[in-house]
Ligand binder design. Structure first.
Ligand SMILES: Cc1cc2nc3c(=O)[nH]c(=O)nc-3n(C[C@H](O)[C@H](O)[C@H](O)COP(=O)(O)OP(=O)(O)OC[C@H]3O[C@@H](n4cnc5c(N)ncnc54)[C@H](O)[C@@H]3O)c2cc1C
Length: 413
């Protein structure tokens, strides 16, 4: 096994931080450089829409590892945006016009927000819409919540709903505008989406489904939003309408792209000695025998670790079962495995208070599950659902529906 002497990491988020830590666990000598366009040490993003907005977690508490860690482990962080990558010459060019050669490169540039576009004539309004991706965005939204009362949240996906939940918890009101017929897209069972919609409304928010923005007018102190089915007056507009892989830098290069950077199960891209991990990678998953791109905390961490091992020559396929969560108010939503292409949906439990889970089965085998419950009510069963699906266990449907029968029974067969 021949390890490189020098590894460069483009991007300084979760995948990058955990990759650098993993490299150091295996090798104390390799030169590691992380290129970061943000002026913070790599930090976790989930609190940005939740505890950092409500004030339960300070922005200074979000770093994965301390400054001491990077110093002690001799991991160099360069606070420069990479503006160009020359894969042939193996060079990165940064915004200070410096060239940096790499031997092995990990691309971990994450994803970027889709933007609302109301047309050029509405540039004033376009520029005043807030988005959330990083600490600076979260600080701006926090400031807006301090100074305003009524918010339009455009997009009823995870991030929009988490911001709306934080707004309501701070005693303000969020009007959630969703163009689809349910919240959180079609992956989430509509029964769960509707329980969550009720929860928001019980806590003072409003939910507008099947709603498109026709126009936005600036008023003295805020905005009037004309929807196809309503009119809303708000003080501030925040959009969470989805994200895409952050690949602008590679558009005109030979690197193969398709909904992100295409990689195999070893995190290898189409370019020699170039790997990709986290949100930006559209990777091959051997268990599902298909390509997929995930935007989740746990995946970014595990994928970064897997990429590190493979850059060092371990040749280990990445086979983790997808898992993600969302926290809103006092409930927790979790998704494991795949929640599409199933032939049977099985419900266990019937309310948020006690926890409710939908299992998705194909040929009587669990391929995914989605659940929601007051904190702590569904975590164990979702974890077990992941293990059961990994073990390809044939299920007894009546037992699966029955909350009195513990799920670990299925792992003992
Ligand atoms: C507000 C928010 C809340 C979330 N909540 C949850 C949650 O509850 N549960 C969950 O499972 N997941 C959640 N996620 C998703 C999770 O945080 C991401 O999947 C994870 O951060 C992805 O890690 P990454 O390393 O791939 O990318 P990122 O963490 O996005 O890091 C990419 C980094 O690369 C930098 N970069 C990009 N281009 C360049 C360049 N040219 N030069 C230098 N640097 C560059 C970026 O500035 C960024 O710092 C949330 C995400 C957000 C934004």
């Amino acid at each position: 096994m021949i390890s490189p002497k020098k590894i460069s990491i483009l991007g300084a988020g979760q995948a990058a931080a955990y990759a650098s830590n993993e490299i150091r666990k295996h090798d104390k000598e390799i030169k590691i450089t992380i290129f970061s366009e943000e002026n913070y040490l790599p930090y976790e993003r989930p609190p940005l829409s939740k505890d950092s907005l409500t004030g339960r977690k300070k922005y200074e508490e979000l770093s994965f590892f301390s400054n001491d860690f990077y110093n002690t482990e001799n991991i160099q962080i360069k606070n420069n945006t990479v503006e160009e990558v020359d894969f042939e010459k193996k060079i990165l060019i940064t915004n200070d016009a410096q060239s940096h050669t790499y031997e092995t490169l990990l691309i971990a540039t994450g994803s970027k927000n889709k933007m609302l576009n109301l047309g050029e004539s509405e540039d004033d309004i376009n520029n005043s819409i807030l988005y959330l991706r990083n600490i600076e965005d979260s600080k701006k939204i926090k400031q807006a919540i301090n100074t305003h009362n009524k918010f339009a949240i455009v997009g009823g996906g995870f991030i929009g709903l988490e911001i709306a939940s934080s707004i309501a918890q701070l005693g303000k009101v969020a009007h959630i505008i969703e163009m689809g017929s349910q919240l959180m897209g079609r992956v989430i069972p509509h029964q769960i989406a509707s329980l969550i919609s009720d929860y928001h409304q019980k806590n003072g928010n409003t939910v507008f489904l099947n709603s498109n923005i026709l126009s936005i007018q600036k008023q003295n102190t805020g905005y009037q939003i004309d929807l196809n089915n309503n009119k809303i007056d708000v003080d501030c507009i925040i959009a969470g309408i989805g994200s895409i892989a952050n690949v602008d830098l590679f558009e005109n290069t030979a690197l193969k792209l398709d909904n992100g950077i295409l990689t195999d199960e070893f995190c290898r891209t189409s370019e020699k000695s170039v790997f990709a991990a986290g949100d930006v990678a559209n990777f091959f998953h051997p268990f599902y025998n298909s390509q997929m791109r995930l935007e989740s905390y746990q995946h970014a961490q595990n994928h970064g670790i897997a990429a590190a091992k493979n850059m060092l020559g371990y040749n280990l396929p990445y086979t983790k079962i997808p898992w993600m969560w969302s926290d809103q108010f006092d409930f927790n939503l979790q998704l494991v495995g795949l929640c599409n292409n199933y032939d049977l949906e099985v419900q266990r439990g019937d309310n948020i208070e006690e926890g409710i889970i939908y299992f998705f089965l194909k040929n009587k085998k669990i391929i995914g599950a989605c659940g929601v419950g007051i904190a702590g009510k569904i975590g164990r069963d979702i974890r077990l659902a992941g293990k059961i699906s990994e073990n390809k266990v044939t299920m007894d449907i009546e037992d699966l529906q029955n909350k009195k029968i513990k799920l670990n029974k299925f792992l003992k067969i």
